[in-house]
Design a protein around this ligand. Structure first.
Ligand code: FAD
Length: 482
């Protein structure tokens, strides 16, 4: 039995099932060192936001527990990844390092340099395909370029070989005695304190692989068949809520894909729902494709013609938006759901983001940063893609002249007002029609529900017709200017 260990470097893949890097390490017969590095120091790496740090804390605790069940301790280290991994290699006299690939610019550079350095030192370095179904460099247009349009991208993906079957959880890794000293998770301070605002997050989520698998099962049994119909309804439990689990790799897209494909769908409606759901997984793939080819997409318009947009610097607008005090009930409900639970329904993300960017003419990067800090699923690929899609500055984005009317969206997608009532309780007593637009309600209706405009709930921070015309003028002028 070879005694020099192999290090499995866990990153955004905090799971044991379908973990190719771990599976190969175990298959090598070498003892396994499990390592996680909190890297906030390498050049260009974007530090996690507060809600994602909370999630990471819980997820690492869950991973450590599952690994401990197999007799393998999780070694925690902090610092620039290439230095830290190199140090652990030395401390353990490791023969090899394994990891699953990632696709952000700084991360690709770290991994490439580390691989070269390890190989120079005679240490094996193996990277694996585990975190997206279709790796960005492998999906090419006919002329060898990258895709900018989702439908063409997804068609190309589906035309290739089908995603492989997920790998089982390894049963018997050989633990390594002397994996080196690690940090204590608690000392990383990932959990908020003074004040601890994470109560709503803890009520809403079970981070970790077991929580991810339970979430998938629940969705397959209760959500998938009606996904096509209900996915746009924030008042219903119609979506999977797998996003933070996928973000941290507690479940692999291969596992999700295979589980959906294995479901017997016995009606055309259910079959359509399954395809729709898989195409949303496809949007996640597309986001990673875009990020790989435009590593700075969180800071730069994918369409440079919009670089001259006359954004307004309006901290009061941004603050009212972030706190859910815009006077538009659906927007406010979304921002409050986000603040409390670290997640917002996709339909409401679109309406809320549009309100900031179009109604407020506030730079999409300010909203992206707020989501980055508050979402438990804050993703370096999906988040900037979502914001640029809404702003109209992105690849395959909504056309810039699409401006969501928050009242119409509320009436259509929260028809009984249950979502708004839940998250904006000071409006709960209003009849549904008035709930979507309280400033239009008769004084008697407001009084009967205990609503006093500008006291218990604000009037709209900006008038829809005015804001729409202002945004259209600004976007049109910029789009047309040479
Ligand atoms: P489901 O509808 O059940 O979809 C299943 C999975 O498919 C999701 O978990 C997600 O991984 C993927 N997915 C679904 N919709 C999209 C989409 N539009 N784009 C990319 N992937 C998608 N998603 C994130 O994971 N992280 C983010 O930081 C993020 N920021 C966003 C910001 C804005 C402004 C917008 C409009 C969307 C953003 N999204 C983001 C995409 C989407 O809103 C979420 O993925 C979805 O709401 C998560 O809920 P779910 O897991 O129940 O999704």
């Amino acid at each position: 039995m070879p005694s020099r260990p192999v290090i499995v470097w866990f990153r955004d893949d905090l799971r044991l099932r379908d973990h190719p890097a771990l599976a190969a390490a175990v298959a090598s017969g070498r003892p396994v060192v499990a390592l996680y590095v909190l890297d906030e120091a390498s050049p260009g790496v974007r530090p996690l936001g507060a809600a994602a740090r909370w999630w990471l804390d819980r997820s690492l605790a869950a991973l450590a527990e599952t690994l401990a069940g197999l007799g393998v301790p999780l070694v925690l280290r902090r610092g620039p990844a290439s230095i830290v991994v190199g140090a652990v290699v030395e401390a353990t006299d490791a023969a090899a390092v394994h990891w699953n690939r990632r696709y952000g610019g700084p991360e690709v550079a770290i991994d490439r340099d580390l691989k070269a350095d390890l190989r120079r030192r005679g240490i094996e370095a193996h990277s694996f395909h585990g975190n997206v179904l279709f790796e960005p460099p492998a999906v090419r247009t006919g002329s060898g370029g990258s895709y900018r349009v989702f439908t063409a991208f997804w068609r190309a993906c589906l035309a290739g070989p089908a995603p492989r079957s997920p790998l089982p959880m390894p049963t018997r890794p050989t633990p390594f005695a002397g994996g080196g000293d690690g940090d204590r998770l608690i000392d990383w301070g990932l959990r908020p304190s003074a004040p601890d605002w994470s109560g709503g997050l803890a009520e809403s989520w079970v981070p970790g692989e077991a929580g991810a698998l339970a979430g998938l099962d629940r969705f397959l049994d209760h959500g998938l068949a009606r996904y096509g119909e209900e996915r746009d309804r924030p008042d219903l439990d119609g979506v999977s809520r797998l996003s933070p689990h996928l973000r941290f790799g507690e479940i692999s897209p291969f596992t999700v894909w295979a589980a959906v494909r294995a479901r017997v769908v016995d009606t055309p409606e259910a079959a359509g729902s399954a395809e729709k759901f898989l195409s949303e997984i496809g949007w996640r793939e597309f986001a990673h494709h875009l990020l790989f080819h435009a590593p700075d997409m969180a800071s730069r318009n994918l369409q440079p013609r919009f670089d001259a947009l006359p954004w307004r610097d309006d901290p009061a607008f941004l603050a009212a938006w972030g706190r859910g005090r815009t006077g538009q009930p659906l927007v406010d409900a979304g921002l409050r759901q986000l603040w409390r639970t670290g997640w917002m329904h996709n339909r409401v993300r679109m309406v809320a983001a549009s309100f900031l960017v179009k109604h407020g003419l506030v730079d999409w990067r300010a909203g992206e940063a707020w989501f980055w800090d508050t979402l438990v699923d804050a993703c370096p690929a999906n988040n900037p893609m979502g914001w640029q899609w809404v702003a109209g500055t992105g690849a395959d984005a909504a056309p810039f002249f699409r401006i969501f009317n928050p009242v119409a969206q509320s009436e259509k997608f929260d028809p009984d007002g249950a979502y708004v009532r839940r998250w904006v309780p000071e409006l709960a007593g209003l009849p549904t029609k008035a709930l979507h637009a309280p400033w239009t309600a008769a004084p008697g209706v407001l009084a009967a529900a205990g609503v006093r405009l500008d006291e218990t709930y604000p009037r709209p921070i900006v008038e829809h017709g005015f804001a729409r015309a202002r945004a259209l003028a600004a976007f049109e002028r910029t789009a047309r200017s040479p």
